[in-house]
Design a protein around this ligand. Sequence first.
Ligand SMILES: Cc1cc2nc3c(=O)[nH]c(=O)nc-3n(C[C@H](O)[C@H](O)[C@H](O)COP(=O)(O)O)c2cc1C
Length: 252
Amino acid sequence: MDNENEQSGTSGDGRGDETIIPATPSDDDYVREADAQSDIEASEGGEAFAVDDDQGEVFTEEDPIQLFRNWLALAGRHEVNDPNAMALATVDRAGMPNVRMVLLKDVGTRGFTFYSSAESVKGLELEGTPKAALCFHWKSIRRQVRVRGTVEALSAEESDEYFASRSRGSQLGAVASFQSRVLDERETLERRIEDYDAIYKNRDIPRPDNWHGFLIQPVEIEFWVNRPYRLHDRKQFTLGKGGGWKSVNLYP
Ligand SMILES: Cc1cc2nc3c(=O)[nH]c(=O)nc-3n(C[C@H](O)[C@H](O)[C@H](O)COP(=O)(O)O)c2cc1C
């Protein structure tokens, strides 16, 4: 086929398309995949993350933030790129959900931080409803983390500090882009970047007022790890009124 995008088109009839949607694994597939994976692991001396592996004890901390940090560090050793990529879900005024990927830039007892434009669709949705959900999925280690919480803007000082640490090209991008608005043609954006480059020649680029950090303060964090035959382990932490975390296990 001429068009690269057409090579793996869906059938569109709701029955899926086995050229792009992997078939549900059979028992034999699980065994084969586990064998293949353990060969690699044996040769690399690494951890075991085959679909059929029991990963052992993974809920190794009583504090969900520390547990998350441990899992993110593990993902960082295995993912091909962006272990800190997370899906960010928001809702619009009508309650219609929206989701897109963003990059986690900080995580600690306060919560989870990302940066964006306050005038983007996500920024406006968060202004209307300052609540969000996050989802991390690390394919390489077959684990997922879900977070729900309230959202507030990071202080100007903290946002300035992060903005100053970005490359000049990324700073220019943040200044020149009307994120999420209609762009007539690529050249318009390129011209805006050149213009701002000239304006800020030999000068530091200031952070645009509408570009800042967003802090998700978690009230619920769920950890999920793949176990053989879809008998996955789930541990859900909920923030109590007194500020402490309580946890329960959930059926897969
Ligand atoms: C891996 C990945 C990381 C991304 N990180 C960010 C980010 O940190 N901040 C951001 O504003 N957009 C990021 N984007 C782009 C967003 O997914 C999205 O296209 C953009 O923010 C506009 O979303 P909105 O129209 O819902 O506001 C990222 C996209 C991908 C695929």
